[in-house]
Design a protein around this ligand. Sequence first.
Ligand SMILES: [Zn+2]
Length: 244
Amino acid sequence: MLEAIGAVDWDGLPGPDGLNGPDGLYSPARAATGLRALATATGLVRAADAGALLAGGGLVHDHSGTVFPAAVVAAPFLLAVARHGHPEAGATALGLLDDALAFAARDRSTRVATPYAEAVPICCALADHLRGGADLLATRGREPGQLLADAAEHWRFDVQEVVAGGEGVAAFGALAGRFPDGTPAAELHRAGRVAVLERVVLHYPPEPDGGPDACLRVDGVRPDELAPPAVLFPARCGPGPTDG
Ligand SMILES: [Zn+2]
């Protein structure tokens, strides 16, 4: 893991304020040093020291409640520490993920690039990593299962096929997380562009205990506007209507 941590260009990641180093909240040095220290911690004191670096500008800035894109990059490392590291280091790692998602859920402007879309709300990108550690998070953390439940609010739908019908389209694909009741608005990410769909209906949900296959209905759009590859996220994670 140390090698993988060293391979990340922490200096190249942005801060929330566009500033790095002494002028900004985000400290790339704290991110790299803190993660290495947490991965190798063998007791409470070392884990706490590492946690202080990561919570004090490395991945989040806990005094101001700010999360950095570095937290998304670090999420797989933190999950690995929780899985394989010293128990105290694991508890610290899960606490950091908890804080990162809580801060990210309030941040409606920071976006990160992911393999599945170019400018994903930071909360949704984090939630996606957390779903990757679902088995672990179901039984660990301050309140086992709670972090996973929080992550589920940041649902993601990958469009695999679109069929015209009625006033709009039916989109078939894979749903991760929990689609909310009602007809929420969604962000549509397609071909490097982000658009808002005002009203999305869950036509049929994934089978209980089955795969992620689901179908969404979106009225007022043409099939080519939703043609794969396209990904949907909750619109409430992006800027609100009054934010401009
Ligand atoms: Zn989100």
